[in-house]
Design a protein around this ligand. Structure first.
Ligand SMILES: *Cc1c(COP(=O)(O)O)cnc(C)c1O
Length: 403
């Protein structure tokens, strides 16, 4: 695993580049096309649109700069940035599957990814088997003669279940299948799946990598062998490109990624530990806690943790929605990875068990003690059995309905 200091230098430092007059920050090349002095130069450039600058749907200096940084961070040979995480994920999947192929995917992958694999791709004759990805046996048992791809997301972003990356890539190699892993939660700071045999890593840049809740983007990182066909086909044909403006914003966010992750990791663990101690909590899903059933695997394949986690409770979801309404710092909303803490409330239905509430918390850059106090006070207001205390806080809170 790479030293954490190295990471900081990698994102903060650039060599002096004469082409940009020594500009310390990468200029935004707001241009759709690039022109040439002579026809010969034009023809030469056109022979490789991914390495030369010809047209911004293929390659643009600002976007390319970000791609090279991300490739280096993930320890891959090449990266390609997309308009969204889903544009990156669908392009990566389409670059390896074709009619008649079979995919195995962890059952807890990001919802739209599951929808794409399980429903949309059926139209093109691609079948997907969803497995409980925490056990290698389940992956092995799902293998068919036409299995072409193992799709991983480790950890998953609602239940925080891991897959054993090396075991899965070994299985894939033994059957001649490719692997893709969604690494959005751990970020390139804390997990580098390419060094564990994964073929392509995908990220929702929208989350931690951009880090400021002001852009939507995605990236695919991998070997040239896998990225070149993807760039020439899916990237160029679907046209789901990242704009130079967005690449500029993402690059700015990336400068502080390791710094932000240190803070998120520490605050996330602190709040998760607080949550673990609450009587209303039945189970906390955070791979960094020793109580997580895959904590040992998490420590083996990750060098740190994201700050998005969930907890389960027998208390009704309605109470947690009221709880969310009372929170001052936690905003109610989807997504995660920015500076602001977030909460969503859902229900979990396991076979032969009563439904439980599933609350997902994203720990932002605020002071974790403020966040804990916020959770504490909001719960006292909505919790049953202690009305005097609840009333006291209700009168004194003065910050309700801020979500
Ligand atoms: C948000 C998310 C995506 C999709 O990314 P978009 O940028 O919203 O398209 C994919 N995977 C995970 C784990 C996510 O959280």
């Amino acid at each position: 695993m790479r030293a954490k200091e190295k990471l900081h230098s990698l994102v903060a430092h650039d060599g002096h580049d004469e082409r940009h007059h020594g500009a310390i920050s990468m200029p935004i090349y707001q241009t759709s096309l690039f022109s040439f002095e002579t026809y010969e130069q034009f023809n030469l450039a056109r022979q490789d649109e991914q390495e030369n600058f010809v047209y911004s749907r293929g390659n643009n200096p600002t976007v390319r700069y970000l791609e090279d940084k991300l490739a280096e961070l993930e320890q891959g040979e090449r990266a390609k940035c997309f308009a969204s995480g889903m544009a990156a994920i669908t392009a990566a999947i389409m670059s390896v599957v074709g009619q008649g192929d079979h995919v195995i995917c962890t059952h807890q992958a990001y919802g739209p990814t599951r929808d794409f694999l399980g429903n949309y791709l059926q139209r093109f004759g691609v079948e997907t088997t969803f497995v409980d990805g925490s056990s290698l046996d389940n992956w092995a048992n799902a293998v068919q003669p036409n299995t072409k791809l193992l799709y991983l997301e480790s950890p998953t972003s609602m239940m925080f279940e891991l897959q054993d990356i090396e075991a899965c890539t070994e299985l894939a190699r033994s059957i001649g299948a490719e692997t893709i892993l969604d690494n959005s939660w751990a970020t390139p700071c804390y997990q580098n799946p390419l060094t564990r045999g994964v073929g392509m890593v995908v990220h929702s840049i929208t989350k931690y990598i951009s880090g400021h809740s002001d852009c939507v983007g995605g990236v695919v990182v991998g070997t040239k062998r896998l990225l070149e066909p993807l760039m020439n086909r899916e990237y160029m044909l679907f046209g789901g490109l990242m704009t130079p403006q967005t690449a500029g914003l993402v690059t700015r966010g990336l400068r502080t990624l390791p710094l932000r992750m240190q803070r998120h990791e520490a605050s996330g663990l602190k709040v998760a530990e607080y949550i673990s101690r609450q009587a209303y909590v039945r189970k906390v899903n955070h791979p960094g806690l020793e109580s997580h059933p895959q904590h040992a695997l998490a420590c083996r394949q990750m060098s740190g943790f994201g700050s998005l986690f969930s907890f389960e409770s027998a208390e009704p979801a309605q109470r947690f929605r009221a709880f969310a309404d009372r929170l001052q710092y936690f905003r109610i909303g989807p997504s995660w990875g920015g500076f602001e803490s977030l909460i969503t409330v859902g229900e979990l239905h396991r076979d032969n068990e009563p439904a439980v509430s599933l609350v997902r918390l994203y720990i932002g850059a605020e002071d974790p003690d403020d966040l804990i106090r916020d959770l504490e006070e909001a719960w006292r207001i909505v919790a049953p059995g202690d009305p005097a205390e609840g009333e006291f806080h209700e009168q004194n809170a003065g910050f309700t309905q801020n979500g």
